[in-house]
Ligand binder design. Structure first.
Ligand SMILES: [Zn+2]
Length: 113
């Protein structure tokens, strides 16, 4: 995924919300970003500063909550956090698992005036 297109879609959502809710200004944007989305928070911040100029979300603070990678192992039934680097079930070292969390990316909430 590319940060620029992702950041644009965040701004779009914010502007739509602002239009619907008749907000004057967006102060804070709370995002949730999964560990394995590959999205870099610093890049999102960087692009947002540029593309939000002159919009209702100019100067908004972006707060990014990281979501850890969690799996459900189909072999040993382990359910919990997995180290991204290893990509193996921490309990049985198997690779036969389902990813529960870590792939998500969404706008959790915005704070407005
Ligand atoms: Zn396992």
């Amino acid at each position: 995924m590319h940060e620029l297109s992702v950041t644009k879609s965040i701004l779009n959502i914010c502007e739509n919300e602002a239009a619907v809710g008749n907000f004057k200004k967006i102060n804070k944007i709370n995002l949730c970003v999964g560990e394995i989305t590959g999205l870099v928070p610093d890049c999102i911040n960087y692009y947002f500063n540029i593309i939000s100029k002159g919009t209702i979300a100019e100067d908004a603070v972006i707060n990014i909550k990281k979501i850890n990678l969690k799996i459900n192992c189909l072999d040993c039934k382990y359910e919990g956090v997995m180290e991204k680097r290893e990509y193996l079930c921490p309990n049985c070292n198997g690779r036969n698992f389902k990813i529960l969390n870590g792939k998500e990316f969404y706008l959790e909430s915005i704070e407005v005036d």
